[in-house]
Design a protein around this ligand. Structure first.
Ligand code: 3ON
Ligand code: FE
Length: 502
């Protein structure tokens, strides 16, 4: 009986598990070539570099990792110049990567469940977390930085992707201090005479948590820094900024350090979601004034947020758009992530929160119930009112499923555009790139990596952001895009990246 139900579900799916799993094979090779297998045309106005980061290894010399978030960071660099594109990828030579590649085995405990061989005795009282630099990559102040939220940034050569060492920002940060993986760039900072400003944070766990906020000028120097103590444990992956505030969602989770200390469970496996506790919204002024309260706390219904889209102020109100999960699935010590039961987990859904700073009330509204992750917007609108967002989405309208499609949402008219790589394609984070000199918010392109299971390789796709159906030249529906660049190999499912026109 049980089997029968399973089969009928399989037939309705927009993907097969076998296809999806292949995107989680390690890529051990490092490449450097001009992309010559291209469908459509690369727009000549598209000039610059798309950097991507994500776990490149899902095993160490055949020893499997327990979770993809534990994989060593690998940077891909796709440079567009005069209608051509060049590909290069390199692993971040972190201390842990170098040591494990040399030893040909796992030497570190991963945050999300990877343990050293030899059971708890091999892991007990080992509190070192391996900085894998796998979550994001940004180009700021003339430096290319690979980021992981629990430790220091790694600096890379922007052309060769050679690892140059840890970045401490002229000694403002010290060894062991984190520089999180979700910086936000305000294009036009009032405090700095309209210059761009990069805002980032660090989380220091403990019985109470310290959140430190950093603001960097275009030269890459930390020009403002302030620290705040928050009661309880925090698992905060992302935040939003507005011209006046930094805003964090403190997810309702608890941390039990004992199994971690005893080597029985990894740190991430000791985090437990608390469905009966509210989510706290922390509102921290970016430029604290004398006598102003340090942090404002607002409560909303329980839920879990990894990523926010954007936030903006309207008078005394702050609007925040976020991807919310009903709960955080626990990482099970004995399980294999490749066997995850998608249907058993709640999908990420797009919500808008309206915070009234005057009376402390919060209202929320569901924008889209389709399973989605990895939002992107026009870079000039970070912290400001905006109209369009682009996001990875499931092919089917309901339920939890892998990302196979790209969705554009017009927040003003409610109009949607949908591009799908199903049944055999799987999408990563889209990045919106404005056309040089453009005035309209959606005048530009959407770039994304697609894993194509039919050929076990990845493609770079370029969509016209204004009209996803533009320039579609292929008879094969699943191959259609403005341009589709076939790489010579696959890239394991990644996390975040950025585009720079420099
Ligand atoms: O909270 C404490 C402080 C802290 C910073 C304790 C702690 C050990 C949990 C911790 C460390 C957190 C880390 C290292 C988080 C790393 C997260 C990571 C590498 C990735 C997160 C990805 C999130 C999402 C939503 C990915 C989605 C992927 C898909 C939809 C499919 O590809
Ligand atoms: Fe993230």
């Amino acid at each position: 009986m049980h089997l029968k139900i399973e089969e009928s579900l399989v037939s309705e799916k927009s993907y097969t598990r076998a296809d999806w799993q292949k995107g989680y094979q390690s890529l051990t090779q490092e490449f450097d070539y001009w992309i010559d297998d291209i469908e459509g045309q690369i727009p000549r106005e598209l000039q610059g570099t798309l950097f991507r980061n994500g776990p490149g290894l899902l095993d160490v010399n055949g020893q499997p990792l327990h979770h993809p978030f534990d994989g060593d960071g690998m940077i891909s660099r796709i440079t567009f110049t005069n209608g051509r594109a060049h590909f290069r990828n390199r692993f971040v030579r972190t201390t842990g990567y170098l040591a494990e590649q040399k030893a040909k085995k796992i030497l570190y405990r991963g945050t999300f469940g990877t343990q050293k061989r030899g059971g708890w005795l091999a892991n007990i009282f080992d509190f070192k977390l391996k900085n894998i630099a796998n979550t994001n990559v940004i180009y700021w102040g003339g430096k290319l930085l690979a980021l992981w939220e629990a430790a220091e940034a790694y600096r890379l050569d922007p052309y060769t992707l050679e690892t140059l060492g840890n970045e401490y920002f002229n000694g403002v940060l010290s060894a062991g201090e984190a520089f999180a993986a979700h910086p936000r760039v305000e294009n036009n900072c009032g405090q700095d005479g309209g210059a761009p400003c990069l805002v980032n944070f660090s989380i220091k766990p403990g019985l109470s948590t310290t959140i430190t906020i950093f603001e960097l000028n275009p030269a890459g120097e930390i020009i403002r820094q302030h620290a705040h103590k928050v009661p309880g444990f925090c698992f905060i992956h992302d935040f939003v900024i507005t011209p006046n505030y930094c805003i964090f969602f403190q997810n309702p989770v608890t941390f039990n350090p004992i199994p971690f200390a005893l080597g029985i469970r990894a740190a991430g496996e000791c985090i437990k979601f608390q469905p009966n506790q509210p989510t706290q919204i922390l509102i921290i002024p970016r430029f604290p004034k004398e006598g102003q309260e340090e942090i404002k706390f607002l409560e909303i219904q329980s839920g879990f947020v990894f990523h926010h889209v954007n936030a903006f102020e309207v008078g005394e109100k702050v609007l925040i758009d976020s991807i919310c999960y009903q709960s955080l699935p626990e990482v099970e010590p004995k399980s294999d992530f490749r066997q995850v039961d998608f249907e058993a987990n709640s999908p990420g859904q797009l919500w808008r929160f309206c915070l009234n700073l005057k009376d402390g009330t919060v209202r929320r509204e569901l924008i889209d119930s389709r399973c989605c992750e990895f939002p992107s917007i026009h870079p000039a609108n970070v912290g400001r009112p905006y109209r369009y967002l682009y996001i990875g989405a499931a092919h089917v309208e309901t339920g939890n499923a892998p990302l196979q499609a790209l969705l554009k949402i017009d927040l003003e008219s409610g109009e949607r555009q949908f591009w799908s790589a199903a049944p055999r394609g799987f999408v990563g984070e889209p990045i919106f790139v404005p056309r040089p000199g453009s005035k309209k918010e959606d005048d530009g392109w959407v770039l994304a990596l697609i894993y194509d299971a039919a050929h076990h390789r990845s493609d770079v796709i370029i969509l016209d952001a204004n009209d996803f159906s533009k320039g579609m030249m292929s008879d094969d529906k699943s191959l259609r895009a403005y341009a589709r660049l076939h790489l010579k190999h696959h890239i394991p499912y990644g996390l975040h990246g950025s585009f720079t026109s420099e």
